[in-house]
Structure formats: C-alpha cells, structure tokens
Design a protein around this ligand. Structure first.
Ligand code: HEM
Length: 514
C-alpha cells in the first residue's frame, strides 16, 4: 500500500517535472538553432513598466520595424510599422491569428469562454461568427437610430453640464452597447446595475491579467495543482463563479422578456435564435453576450475623450474649417444625421485623425500569437511567438505620419500610401480585426459631427482669464489608454444651436420612452 503510494507520488512528480521543463527545453533548442536569424532586439528586458508602449516605441526606433524580445519563456515580436503589421497579421493571417495563453485570465478565470482571449480554435470561430453576424456593416446600420437618439441625449448632457463631459461620453457609449446587446438603456452610468457588475467583472479580469504576476503563466503545469494547495487558484475560481452568476442572470432576464414578447431586437435575442444551430451551451451564449460591453464601451468613450482633448489643444487649427463645412451641408435648423456624413469630408478626416492620433487600444488590442515557424524579410519568427503590434509605435511612426503628435486631419485628405483601406490601423488586422468597428466608428463620427456643429470647444480659463494648458501625453496606464481628467470649455455656438439641441432632445426622450 505504502509502496504504491510512493510510486504514484513519484510518477506524479516526474510528469509534473516534464510538464514544466520539456516545453521550455524544446523552445530553447529551436531558438538556439535559429539564433543568428532572430530579429534584432535589446539585451536588457525592462520589467514592471506601467506604460510598456512607450518602451516598445523606443525599441522600434532603435532596432526597426520587427523587434525580438525574450519575455520569460516566450519569444515576443514587437511590430513598429503599419506595413510589417499588415504583412504578418493580415496577409499571413492563417499563421498569426491565435492568442498567447492567458492561463489566469482566459483559462482559470473565464474557463475559455472569453473569445477575445481564445486561441484560434473551433470555439473561437463559432464565437467570432456570432459577433460578425451581430455587428457586420449591414447589421450595425440597423443600430443607427439608437446611436442617433443616445447622441442627442449626449449633446443635451454636454449643454447642461459641460464639466461632466467624461461621464456623459461614458453613459452614451454604455447605453448604446447595453441597448444593442440586451435591449435596455443606461440612464445613469454611475448607478446602473449592468454597468456596475460589468465593471466588477472587468476589474476581476484586469487584476489577474498582469504579465509576470503569477508563476502559472511561466509554468503552465501549475494550473493542475489542486486548489486546496494553491490559494491563488482557489481565489480565481471563486471569482469565476461570480462572473458565471452575473452573465447567467443577465441572459435569464433576456429569456424571460423574450418569452413575454417584451424583448426588442438585440444581440442577445439573435444569440438565442442562433444557439442551437451553432451548438453552443447556455454559458457560452451568456459570455458571448458580455463581449460587446467589455470591448466596446471604453474604446468608444475614450476615443471621443481624445477628440475633446485634441479640440482643446489644436482646435483653432481645425474647428473653423469643420464648422464651415457643417454650416454649408447641415445649416443651423437641425443636428447632423448619419445621412449627412458622406458629404462631411473634413469631419470624416477629423474622426480618422482622432483614431490615429491617440489610439485607445494603444497596444493594438490583445496580442496575437503565431502557430507556425515563419521567416519575414530574412528574420526567423518562431512558432508560439507572442506578436504585439502597438498602435503607439505604428500610428506615431514618422515615416507614415510626419510630426505625429500634431493633430492634422489633412493627413486623411491627402493621397498617402498606407496598407488597407482606412489610412490608419485603429481597428487591428486580419482575422482578429475588431468586429465592432462599424458600430464604434459610427459612434465616433456622429458625435464628432454633432459636437462640432453644436459647440465651441476650447481651453478652460483660469481666474485671470488665461487659457489653462492641457497635457496631450497625460493618459491612463492599462490595456486601453484614455486621457486623464483635463479641464475644457464646451459652450453652445449660438442661442439658435442651443435651441435646436433642446428641441431635438425633447423629441428624443419621447421616442426613447415610447
Ligand atoms: C472606437 C471604438 C473601437 C476601437 C478603437 C476598437 C479597437 C479594437 C482593436 C485594435 C482590436 C484588436 C484587433 C486585433 O487583434 O487585431 C479590437 C478587437 C475587438 N473588438 Fe474592438 N474597438 C472598438 C469598438 C468595439 C465595439 C463597439 C465592439 C463591440 C462589438 C468591439 C469588439 C471587439 C472584439 C470582440 C474584439 C476581439 C476580436 C477577436 O479577438 O477576434 N470593439 N478592437
């Protein structure tokens, strides 16, 4: 009996040891064999930095468009130009569309249910298909009435309480996403239960998704240590229970409304209709419905906050021209509409420059991972590399965007050579490109058009009437980077513009309550 016990423990330890060591040795051997072909990179790896994209840009400036880093056991490639990102992530999408393992955040906390972190796999393909059908261009156009009504509310919020502009942008973005997803509005972003519980769930995710914090990310076999011996694992599994409860309750509400015939058309309804044909479980559906909130609120609101910052710093250079265009195309009897946008060429250039100038997904979104060895411009990129395409490097690359920190919409009116169709890379690349880009870019464009139509946005003044300077580099740390609070002045352009905002707001409220 005792011998069997010792034997079992011994075998267990050997398996654990091989599990820990073998993948590392195999990887090390391949890297050694190709050492002269690896892309250039630094000898010293900086750790614990709060804004890694600043370091990545320095590396791209020093070593070029393709930089090699050995981050712990993982070969990591940092791409620093639009062309390199396009060549690999878009053109060689079959090799570069997976994700690195996120053992704490993706596997233990989310049970593999968050498609955004999922490797290229049948599960990811089903999840992606659902997002595509829910947010592709034609479907996103059907959400425009919601975006237009919520944007009218936003203009009124800005008029009555300009200093709270950030909260109003967040309410707009949250309400559009929650309405589109679950068929119900968000009236107060600070108290809404769905917003609060989503924020808690996001906090749980960000608290475990910290590179280098948990040994299990370096030694994946530790994932199988029973929770009783691993308090970190017990805690993350307990947190997973809370996420499951939250997402399931939300979906149960949707099912209940559907059975009472009280559910508007929304993404969650579409998921329920597609569920059986895709063979997805209730839990998979519940997590999928949670995706747009996690990916679409901060990105939309943060982009609009950057636009306000650009107005304060550079507004004198571009606002007059935009307002002349708006006056010519729209007049002063109504707010701009989605139908006006094709005729607002300069406003469209401002929207593109906003997404370029301060990309909210500053690291280019979640890193990609390669699934086969590859050679690019003579450089060896090993299978299993984490590939980061930081938009801070790509959008601030002087070769594509001279004087890159200057906000210049004119860039998007010139004929520039740039891979892809947008002239920027704000929504990523290839098979992982942002599925919410039509909804997100429509939110950015309509609100920029309306803010410029309705308001003068300028620096705030101090007690002596002097302009208060803003810092265009004061941005948050974290996965998404958005402007830190800054002062500004947002005032109606004229009493006529204020009357129009008031009148359209009253009509919008009636429609939203109907
Ligand atoms: C201005 C707004 C937005 C910006 C700038 C933005 C940007 C991005 C970027 C850069 C990526 C990474 C793409 C890559 O890995 O190559 C991404 C991915 C993603 N975005 Fe967005 N996004 C925005 C709005 C939205 C919205 C409204 C949704 C809601 C549906 C959304 C859902 C997603 C999802 C689910 C992914 C992950 C896709 C995957 O892993 O296959 N995004 N986004």
């Amino acid at each position: 009996m005792f011998t069997t016990f010792v034997f079992t423990i011994g075998i267990g330890l050997i398996v654990l040891y091989l599990g820990l060591v073998f993948p590392t040795l195999e990887q090390k051997w391949r890297l050694y064999a190709h050492r002269s072909q690896l892309p250039p990179g630094p000898r010293v790896i900086k750790t614990g930095i709060r804004k890694p994209w600043l370091w990545f840009r320095e590396l791209n400036q020093e070593f070029g468009d393709v930089v090699y880093l050995q981050l712990g056991p993982t070969p990591t490639i940092v791409l620093g130009s639009a062309q390199a990102a396009w060549d690999l992530l878009e053109k060689r999408g079959s090799t570069y569309s997976s994700r690195p393992r996120f053992i704490m955040g993706g596997e233990l906390l989310s049970g593999g249910m968050r498609g955004l972190m999922a490797p290229y796999s049948p599960y990811w393909r089903r999840w992606r298909k659902l997002l595509h059908s829910g947010f592709m261009q034609r479907q996103s156009e059907s959400y425009r009435p919601i975006q237009s009504l919520e944007s009218t509310v936003l203009m009124h919020d800005l008029m009555r309480d300009a200093s709270g502009f950030r909260t109003h942008l967040e309410r707009y973005a949250a309400s559009v996403i929650v309405t589109v997803t679950y068929g119900r509005r968000v009236e107060d972003v600070r108290t809404d239960a769905v917003v609060q519980r989503n924020a808690e769930s996001m906090d749980r995710l960000t608290s475990v998704n910290i590179p280098g914090k948990f040994a299990v990310e370096r030694f994946p076999a530790l994932k199988y240590v029973p929770s009783i011996f691993a308090p970190w694992k017990a805690k993350v599994l307990e947190q997973r229970g809370r996420d499951i409860q939250f997402y399931t309750e939300l979906m149960d509400e949707v099912r209940d409304k559907l059975s009472r015939g009280a559910l508007n058309d929304c993404f969650a309804k579409h998921l329920l209709q597609e569920q059986s044909s895709l063979g997805m479980s209730d839990l998979e559906i519940a997590y999928t419905a949670g995706t747009p909130f996690g990916a679409g609120v901060e990105t939309s609101a943060g982009s609009l906050a950057s636009f306000i910052l650009a107005c304060v710093k550079f507004g004198k250079e571009f606002i007059p021209q935009a307002q002349r265009e708006l006056d010519r195309v729209v007049g002063n009897e109504r707010l701009p509409t989605f139908e006006d946008l094709p005729a607002l060429e300069y406003v469209a250039a401002i929207a593109s420059e906003t997404l370029r100038w301060r990309p909210v997904a500053v690291l280019g979104g979640t890193p990609h991972a390669s699934t086969a060895d590859d050679v690019y411009n003579g450089m060896f990129i090993p299978k299993g590399s984490t590939v980061i395409a930081p938009l801070w490097s790509i959008h601030l690359n002087e070769a594509d965007f001279p004087d890159p920190h200057h906000f210049k919409p004119e860039r998007f009116l010139e004929n520039r050579a740039y891979p892809g169709t947008f002239g920027h890379s704000a929504f990523g690349w290839g098979r992982r490109i942002c599925p919410g880009m039509h909804l997100g870019s429509a939110s950015v464009a309509i609100n920029i058009a309306r803010i410029l139509w309705a308001f003068d946005v300028a620096p705030a003044r101090d007690g002596e009437g002097r302009n208060i300077e803003v810092d265009i580099f004061a941005y948050s740390d974290g996965f998404n980077s958005t402007p830190l609070p800054f002062p500004c002045s947002i005032t109606p352009r004229s009493s006529r513009h204020a009357e129009v905002v008031q009148k359209e707001y009253e009509a919008a409220v009636k429609q939203l309550k109907a």
